[in-house]
Ligand binder design. Sequence first.
Ligand SMILES: CC(C)(COP(=O)(O)OP(=O)(O)OC[C@H]1O[C@@H](n2cnc3c(N)ncnc32)[C@H](O)[C@@H]1OP(=O)(O)O)[C@@H](O)C(=O)NCCC(=O)NCCS
Length: 169
Amino acid sequence: MIPSYANFGGKIHGGILLSLMDKVAYATASKHSGAYCLTVSVDTVDFLQPVEVGELVSLMASVNYVGNSSMIIGIKVISENVKTGLVKHTNTSYFTMVAKGEDDKPTTVPPLKLETKTDIRRFVEAIYRKKFKQEHTAYQKEIKKNRDPEEIKRLLAGERCEVGVLRMI
Ligand SMILES: CC(C)(COP(=O)(O)OP(=O)(O)OC[C@H]1O[C@@H](n2cnc3c(N)ncnc32)[C@H](O)[C@@H]1OP(=O)(O)O)[C@@H](O)C(=O)NCCC(=O)NCCS
């Protein structure tokens, strides 16, 4: 990780890591599908530990699941201090990539060969992750719904905010 990747605090910018992960997801998905792929969704990115300038970042990726045109790529990111040998796990994220055909439409990808217990575990976990994501999507309507002023006041009470203009509510 070179100094120009650092943020104002001297740590590596999260966007640098995200960009690397996106490229690795693309490489993994396009290699499996033999097609041009697009990033559709990322679940989820929590940076567990900061990455320092000078550390060696490695990204490990696998195709965890395939649907029809979509693939879920699991990516584990680690960062190593090459002097001390200390290795930190910075995050694990799951990128959903979709393969596109010559007609620019989603195209069917080859099935996944599950050759080890780990392959099976990852595939099964991806099924659950997809299921939970669908449930999460259903909550979006609840989050976005119009609320009456009394409910808004109740929700804001106790939160660390000041409402400047009461008539906004
Ligand atoms: C990806 C894209 C082509 C999907 O189009 P669509 O009309 O929804 O097509 P489909 O409904 O056939 O979905 C295709 C696949 O994507 C999956 N998919 C679509 N939206 C998804 C989402 N938000 N999360 C996870 N999977 C998703 C579908 O489940 C489907 O999977 P399957 O073929 O394995 O069953 C379209 O959303 C798109 O072009 N998005 C922009 C992607 C992009 O430009 N990325 C670069 C970053 S800007």
